[in-house]
Design a protein around this ligand. Structure first.
Ligand code: ATP
Ligand code: MG
Length: 332
């Protein structure tokens, strides 16, 4: 277990004139460095939960702690400096150029010009926009996907530890969305941020999150690893939400190393002629393995580690494993 970075303690939010709580008695901890996706239907309280973390909303009761410190006793400006915030329609200022938009927080922090300039370039490169081309443009001169990249760059300007993202890719076409997701995963790997990411797209939630929060009616229905939620949904609601594409989702979540038949001794290794065989990295998903098997019409692939040492094999037969067997393999 890592360090708990954000802790919700019996948090309830009830808006004025509303007879129902938008978020009800929620207690949960977010570990430092984790990528937590928050999934739920419209009106389930996802945005409300997120906005209480940067105090755009104050809880009606309960407390939220960051590194053990109650955020209600922190200065709002100081709290928000620890977290970047990205929303669906980016919130970029239309009258400011891209560089000015990204530099907002560094300017507030009174960084010197040179440092700000360097940071803007660095961030644009991080989100795959060429600084020479994009620095001086205005938001309206960018595509939706490019604007979203700038939104992310701006949120990361002062290198905050936490990123709060509310359906950031919601309005982006499917193909661009996938590349933005991949880039975000790369950024997370590289910079090890703690990310809270709201979405109502199940595939996005499963792909991005190493932890998943499922919400309904202001209540956290389940919180855990995507694989555990798919295999053991806590209740009817969760089960319905995740079952739509179950078998295929499982293949996306499991890695070759989770189910491979290990090669344990030299004799076995010698018998396994790797000529004409396909090698896959042990961290690749079973979806990827299945793709290969179908494409090259093979019965098995060879699983290798980072140094290309053979670890085992995954056979076509194994991908037909039923849910129970996979559950057993994962919980080992
Ligand atoms: N500022 C507000 N004032 C009053 N009620 C609000 C306010 N913000 C949200 N609510 C109510 O709180 C509940 C939860 O809303 P919230 O925005 O958190 O849902 P959500 O899960 O983010 O939904 P969506 O997927 O549509 O964005 C809803 O019933 C909503 O009407
Ligand atoms: Mg919302």
């Amino acid at each position: 277990m890592g360090d708990t970075l954000i802790q919700f303690q019996d948090v309830t939010k009830r808006f004025k004139k509303s007879d129902k709580s938008a978020v009800k008695e929620t207690s949960l901890g977010i570990e430092k460095g984790s990528f937590v996706t928050i999934l739920g239907t419209s009106g389930s309280g996802k945005t409300t939960l997120l906005k209480m973390v940067n105090r755009l909303y104050e809880p009606t009761s309960g407390q939220i702690f960051i590194y053990g410190e109650d955020i209600s006793s922190m200065k709002v400006t100081e709290l928000r400096r620890k977290m970047g915030y990205v929303i669906q329609n980016t919130g970029l200022f239309p009258h400011m150029s891209i560089e000015e938009n990204i530099a907002i927080v560094p300017k507030i922090l009174k960084w010197d010009k040179k440092k700000i300039n360097q940071r803007v370039d660095e961030l644009l490169e991080l989100v795959h926009l060429d600084p020479l081309q994009f620095r001086t443009r205005y938001p309206s001169q960018l595509s939706g996907g490019q604007q979203q990249r700038v939104g992310l760059a701006r949120a990361m300007a002062s290198d905050p530890e936490i990123l709060l993202m509310d359906e950031p890719f919601g309005a982006i076409d499917a193909i661009t969305r996938v590349s933005l997701q991949d880039e975000l995963l790369q950024i997370q790997k590289k910079l090890n941020k703690t990310i809270l990411f709201v979405t109502h797209d199940i595939d996005e939630a499963l792909k991005l999150g190493d932890q998943l929060i499922v919400m309904d009616e202001g209540i956290v229905q389940q919180y855990g690893r995507p694989i555990d939620i798919i295999l053991q949904p806590a209740n009817e609601f969760v089960s319905k939400l995740v079952q739509s594409n179950n078998a295929f989702q499982l293949l996306g979540l499991l890695k070759a190393e989770d189910v491979m038949i290990p090669i344990e001794n030299q004799g076995e290794l010698a018998r396994l002629s790797i000529e004409n065989e396909w090698l896959v990295d042990k961290g690749e998903s079973l979806k990827h393995v299945l793709n290969i098997l179908l494409e090259v019409d093979k019965e098995q692939v060879i699983v290798v580690d980072e140094s290309q040492e053979i670890q085992g094999i995954v056979t076509f037969e194994q991908l037909k494993l039923n849910k129970k067997e996979i559950a057993a393999a994962v919980s080992e």
